[in-house]
Ligand binder design. Sequence first.
Ligand SMILES: Nc1ncnc2c1ncn2[C@@H]1O[C@H](COP(=O)(O)OP(=O)(O)O)[C@@H](O)[C@H]1O
Ligand SMILES: [Mg+2]
Length: 270
Amino acid sequence: MAQKNCNDKIAISLRNVSKYFGDKKTIDNISFDVHCGETFVIMGCSGSGKSTLLRIMTGIIKPEEGEVIINGKDIVRCSHQELDEIRKNFGMLFQYSALLDSLTVEENVALPLKEHTKLAPDIIKIIVKMKLSLVGLRGYENYYPSQISGGMRKRVGLARAIALDPDIVFYDEPTSGLDPVVGGVIDKLIKDLSEKLLITSVVVTHDMMSVFEISDRIAMVHKGQLIAIGTPEQIKNSTNPYVQQFINGRPDGPIDFFKEDIGLKEILGL
Ligand SMILES: Nc1ncnc2c1ncn2[C@@H]1O[C@H](COP(=O)(O)OP(=O)(O)O)[C@@H](O)[C@H]1O
Ligand SMILES: [Mg+2]
């Protein structure tokens, strides 16, 4: 396994981040650090604010309160140019960022290289081949997305996400819609790529198999608040009943999937 050489450094730092949609506080005063080189998993129920948090971390949307520090810059307040510069180091595999059906696998992976670099077409071809072999899809260059399976399409998305050799890759529900076996392949790939390419990975998921398979650290979000953070061991041993109910997938417990308003004071022990 490649040595992760920068675990003591901070890749992303969130400080008291809050985001409102209308009157609703969707993200409520969240602070945490993502360390360089780690695979940081954000888990929580559907609607808890995970995707919103990821969109804030990638600068797609801005929170009303708080700071998001990346490379020493607060991406909430920096200029468009500075944000563009920082985002060149990001790779993203988002839940609904589908491949373009009219383009081949090769053309899909080449897109960010064509858009963000001035590399010659034959060099881009070589880079695309390399990225496709990293995700186990060498030889599929000329296939169209409709000609390959769902798991393979995710892998093409993964190759596209790492096309520009990013420092940080953000994944939103990378295994959603896949059967557990194929999901397991994607998990293994995320882990392998993080280790081989020394990438910092931020993975949003509610898939418990994935959480413990890939994480170095885990944050649990519930109703927009950070209710637990720690190593997989610490999360497994957490005494927080919400964490226990979620990781064990129990229908009964403090999380009421049918009720909107859950007593957060109780969760946080206030
Ligand atoms: N653009 C938006 N406008 C209004 N409400 C939104 C928007 N995006 C998300 N929300 C709401 O914020 C909450 C959290 O959503 P989301 O971050 O997508 O949750 P998750 O990814 O954990 O399922 C949900 O109640 C959702 O309806
Ligand atoms: Mg989501």
